[in-house]
Design a protein around this ligand. Structure first.
Ligand SMILES: [Fe+2]
Length: 343
């Protein structure tokens, strides 16, 4: 591509006249927004090391009571997007949220879709539109756009989870807002929706209410996902051990914006992920190893760490253990890229 005219080549008086009319010449900026062959990407490959973040999160528990925070969260902000913009990737917000024993995060709802991935602690539950959902290590708990949700913690130690939201996208669309609510009545049995969809290929009969397909299952227990990956490893000798989380009624991604998945690395295994357009985040549920992006310097990771990587890259993951498997939960913008026809 040949070089185009610059802003400086235009007479100042002409530029001032354009500005006065709220006009901008395209050609000086065109290569920046339509770069040749590959998009510009601000998402940096990095690791939010849990050992470094955890003490700061616990300190937040001492510094800020729940009534002053509502959601006591440290946002995992990718510096490539500017820390204040609270973006892990272009469309994904991530935050580590802390709830101390006996605390409640008050009922609210909002337009951004949210998933929480439980990082540590026991005894907490999230009530979503009247359904209490247990929160155990590695579980995914869904609160799709518009659903009421509040968090309770009846356990003895702190509970921490990773919030994953399409907040940056909703904000850019000028569609992000929230509403406070009164404490919820638990009108439904605990983990009702998980019970209904707890076996693959089996759905509740038509006698049940099956009108709500936006997110018919609210809790995706990690033990089931892990068991599936281990079972796959029994049967696959070399293939990538990877699953997608889907809506059990439709097979669609959990949200139109964010796709969730999980990966297993066999002991000692190095995998090269298929090159994709979308940026991705990786939360380490078990194991330790290294991630390398486009052959760059390898980032070490271990259990409870969370990593990011830009799209259009070659990504490799290595399991450092020769005896134990490693497990990762992934989140990316693939559903959105598919919808837009760019995946
Ligand atoms: Fe929320």
């Amino acid at each position: 591509m040949h070089a185009l005219g610059t802003l400086e080549e235009l007479p100042q008086a002409y530029r001032d006249e354009l500005t006065g009319q709220n006009l901008v010449p395209l050609w000086p900026n065109m290569r920046a927004v339509l770069p040749p062959n590959i998009p510009s990407r601000r998402t940096q490959a990095l690791n939010w090391n849990y050992d470094a973040v955890r003490p700061l999160l616990l300190q937040a528990g001492e510094l800020t009571p729940m009534e002053k925070a509502e959601r006591r969260v440290l946002v995992l902000a990718n510096p490539g997007h500017g820390l204040g913009n609270m973006q892990a990737t272009p469309s994904i917000y991530m935050g580590l949220q802390l709830i101390l024993p006996g605390e409640t995060a008050p009922n609210h709802r909002h337009t951004p879709n949210a998933v929480r991935i439980i990082v540590e602690g026991e005894g907490a539950y999230t009530t979503v539109d009247g359904e209490p959902c247990r929160m155990e290590r590695g579980d995914l708990i869904l609160t799709p756009a518009g659903k009421w949700h509040e968090h309770h913690h009846e356990g003895s130690g702190p509970i921490v989870w990773l919030d994953v939201l399409d907040l940056p996208l909703m904000y850019q669309l000028e569609g992000s807002w929230a509403m406070e609510g009164v404490p919820q009545q638990q009108t439904l049995p605990r983990d009702k929706s998980f019970a209904e969809y707890s076996a693959a290929g089996v759905v509740p009969s038509i006698n049940f209410q099956r009108t709500e397909t936006k997110a018919p299952m609210l809790r995706y227990p990690w033990v089931r996902t892990r068991a599936c990956l281990v079972e796959m490893a029994e049967h696959y000798r070399e293939d990538l051990l990877r699953i997608d989380y889907v809506n059990p009624e439709t097979g669609a991604s959990l949200f139109p914006s964010i796709g969730f998945g999980a990966l297993m690395l066999r002991p000692g295994e190095t995998i090269r992920l298929p090159r994709r357009t979308t940026a991705c985040i990786y939360h380490i549920v078990e194991g330790q190893g290294r991630m390398s992006v486009d052959g760059g310097e390898a980032l070490g990771w271990r259990e409870k760490d969370t990593l990011s990587a830009p799209g259009y890259t070659d990504i490799t993951f290595s399991n450092a253990s020769g005896s134990e498997p490693a497990f990762l939960i992934t989140a990316d913008e693939a559903p959105l890229h598919r919808y837009l026809g760019i995946f």
